[in-house]
Design a protein around this ligand. Structure first.
Ligand SMILES: NC(=O)c1ccc[n+]([C@@H]2O[C@H](COP(=O)([O-])OP(=O)(O)OC[C@H]3O[C@@H](n4cnc5c(N)ncnc54)[C@H](OP(=O)(O)O)[C@@H]3O)[C@@H](O)[C@H]2O)c1
Length: 290
């Protein structure tokens, strides 16, 4: 299968490209490097569809600055809503809809976090911030183009080559900065490498549709910070738990947006491992590489 990855320079995009390269003829565009393609540019995207002739387009490109989106609304909507619409509609416009399918990545932030238990693929989105609203609009826009697609929603990502929460905790700990972390926002940290493997399995084994993919379990940010310190031989008690009220951010976060992988489970395709095991493996690679 010929696979084209948009956003291949990002944290997830790099993991996805590496994963699909294991079994397919995969190529990635790294925005904004020289070979970058703006997913919002109709001419460039159309040209690439015709020139590269992929069977699958994986869209990992996104505007991912959750707080920045509150003051850069139009840029967030451009990339997160118009972008996937443009990708889908260029496939249809060029008559490629029977050949090219799209795997698009979305987020737990499409939910408001008030359900009181993990969200399945059948729960109704109701975003509480601009980023979440733009991502939800992107899911719907892609579907409206009529292109065949999978949507994979994930959460709390970390992994090699990216900026993420475990990395921030380690950096602050090494700088002896005070660590005050909220303990009233619940979700599940997810390895970009595990997610990429699940995305390949979904394409290879599962019908088109919406899928939730995370690591297994539920926790809060304070517990994740403690685990990061503990698993790297530091003192977990260096982290103080605080309520969200004491850590105001421009964007409101859902209080409990843990994803339930019901669609994978129903199909016998859920291979998620506990979040702490995946985190430990990632942190071990850091110590090996240093
Ligand atoms: N990180 C998380 O915790 C998390 C959680 C849930 C869902 N997700 C979703 O997972 C996906 C991947 O996120 P990530 O964490 O890998 O983010 P990331 O590292 O910020 O990667 C996104 C990539 O998209 C690129 N990009 C931005 N605008 C573009 C455009 N117009 N055309 C082409 N590329 C563009 C970015 O380039 P620049 O950096 O140069 O702008 C970046 O390389 C996104 O759909 C995100 O919404 C992430």
């Amino acid at each position: 299968m010929r696979v084209l990855v948009f956003g291949a320079g990002g944290m997830l995009g790099q993991a996805v490209l590496a994963e699909f390269e294991k079994a397919h003829d995969a190529f990635g565009f790294r925005w904004p490097a020289v070979d970058g393609i703006d997913i919002c540019d109709p001419g460039a995207v159309g040209e690439v569809m015709l020139g590269f002739a992929p069977d699958l387009v994986v869209n990992c490109a996104a505007y991912t600055d959750v707080d920045g989106a509150e003051s850069h609304r139009e840029e967030a909507w451009r990339v997160n809503a118009w972008g996937p619409w443009n990708v889908g509609s260029q496939i249809v416009r060029n008559g490629l809809e029977n050949r090219v399918a799209v795997l698009h990545v979305s987020t737990d932030f499409v939910f408001d976090g008030t359900k009181g238990e993990p969200y399945t693929e059948y729960d109704a989105p109701n975003p509480v911030n601009v980023y979440g609203a733009s991502k939800w609009a992107g899911e719907q826009a892609l579907a409206r183009t009529g292109v065949r697609h999978w949507i994979v929603r994930t959460q709390w990502l970390y992994g090699p080559n990216g900026r993420h929460f475990p990395g921030t905790i380690l950096r602050l700990a090494d700088q002896n900065k005070p660590l005050r972390v909220v303990d009233d926002q619940f979700g599940c940290p997810t390895s970009s490498v595990d997610l990429a493997a699940a995305m390949r399995r979904i394409v290879e084994e599962c019908p088109f549709g919406v899928y939730h993919v995370n690591n297994d379990g539920e926790t809060n940010w304070h517990e994740v910070a403690r685990a990061v310190l503990e698993l790297t031989g530091r003192d977990p008690d260096l982290v103080t738990a605080i309520p969200t009220d004491e850590y105001p951010t421009p964007a409101t976060r859902p209080a409990r947006s843990t994803l339930d992988r019901m669609s994978l489970r129903i199909q016998g395709q859920d291979r998620a491992r506990p979040w702490r095991d995946a985190l430990e493996e990632y942190l071990n690679t850091l110590s090996t590489n240093n």
